[in-house]
Design a protein around this ligand. Structure first.
Ligand SMILES: Cc1cc2nc3c(=O)[nH]c(=O)nc-3n(C[C@H](O)[C@H](O)[C@H](O)COP(=O)(O)OP(=O)(O)OC[C@H]3O[C@@H](n4cnc5c(N)ncnc54)[C@H](O)[C@@H]3O)c2cc1C
Length: 285
């Protein structure tokens, strides 16, 4: 199918973008177009105006400022996979990026687009929640910082207003070990279940699942040394979430994947590490 007719404006500043969004309430931002264009082609969305933000240089940075890792909303998934600063300060993102779609999607799709699209099976919204990140958005009223934990409302739904633009994500330096794992039908498909697990080294931590509920949620959990006790802990943590369809198999997968993510967090020297990082890199599609 083809999209319904729409106007198109390419902007070079955040101010211009926000003004266009404010003046046309059914306008939509287009970044990588990897989620929006299919929706438009199926006519599931019919914006009257597309505001193309690809020319805004101020959204293309990756900066480690000593306290925060700041990633501009227009940074592509593949740039995240390849960025040396990210690999140094938050390598779990380096690894997770390679699980997003295929080369073509990673070369166009952006951090901001993924955060805004809010697919509950996506890697970035869950990473933002797991990493205690803040999402900086700008609208006609100015700039506001939204904790990722408060950003997601449910399936494809966020607190972002139609006239607001995601500018960047701000990730604090984490103190504890963080592991990541995901399972998909084929490499590059959306996750059937994925998890980020943080371990404080004293038997406590957090687990953030994706592909399991209607949005990513960071759940506190005990992390006993004993496998059976840990499996019970995963089950208990899952009990606090509204699990999506096919409950039994989803819970089974979620427990397995949380355990794998935790195992990865336990390896010597692990801090934000995951399977592939430990194995010395993977082979992206
Ligand atoms: C075949 C296929 C497989 C995929 N597999 C995966 C996968 O495994 N994991 C995964 O996470 N994703 C996957 N994706 C989605 C992909 O990651 C998209 O890139 C991402 O969801 C959206 O980013 P985008 O830049 O393409 O956004 P767009 O498609 O341009 O926009 C998506 C939405 O976000 C809004 N938006 C974009 N940028 C901003 C901004 N800065 N501020 C406010 N709103 C904004 C748009 O208005 C729109 O509503 C897949 C896509 C395809 C087509």
């Amino acid at each position: 199918m083809k999209p319904a007719a729409f106007e198109y404006r390419r902007v070079t500043t955040v101010t211009e973008a926000v003004k266009l969004l404010r003046d046309a309430p059914d306008a939509k931002v287009i970044a990588g177009g990897q989620s929006l264009v299919p929706l438009m082609n199926f006519r599931l969305t019919r914006p009257s105006l597309l505001v193309d933000v690809n020319g805004i240089k101020a959204l293309q940075h990756v900066v480690w400022d000593g306290t925060f890792l700041r990633i501009g909303s227009l940074v592509r998934h593949q740039q995240i996979a390849d960025n040396v600063e990210i690999q140094k300060h938050c390598p779990v993102l380096t690894v997770a990026a390679k699980h997003i779609g295929h080369w073509a999607i990673r070369n166009r799709g952006t951090m901001g687009g993924s955060l805004a699209h809010a697919d509950p099976a996506s890697e970035w919204p869950a990473a933002a929640v797991a990493l205690n990140a803040e999402i900086e958005v700008e609208g006609p009223q100015g700039v506001r910082m939204v904790p990722a934990s408060e950003f997601y409302l449910g399936y494809y739904s966020t607190v972002l207003q139609p006239d607001e633009l995601i500018v960047q994500i701000r990730i604090p330096s984490l103190k504890f070990r963080l592991g990541f794992a995901e399972m998909a039908r084929r490499r590059g498909d959306f996750a059937l279940a994925g998890a980020y697990v943080e371990d404080d080294g004293n038997g406590q931590g957090f687990v953030t699942w994706f592909g399991v509920a209607d949005k990513p949620v960071r759940v506190p959990t005990v992390l006993p040394g004993n496998l059976e006790a840990r499996r019970e802990a995963w089950q208990q943590a899952l009990g606090t979430l509204p699990i999506v369809d096919d409950k039994r198999s989803r819970i089974h997968l979620a427990v397995q994947i949380a355990e794998r993510a935790w195992q990865h967090s336990q390896l010597e020297g692990a801090k934000y590490l995951s399977e592939e990082a430990i194995a010395g890199g993977d082979q992206p599609l």
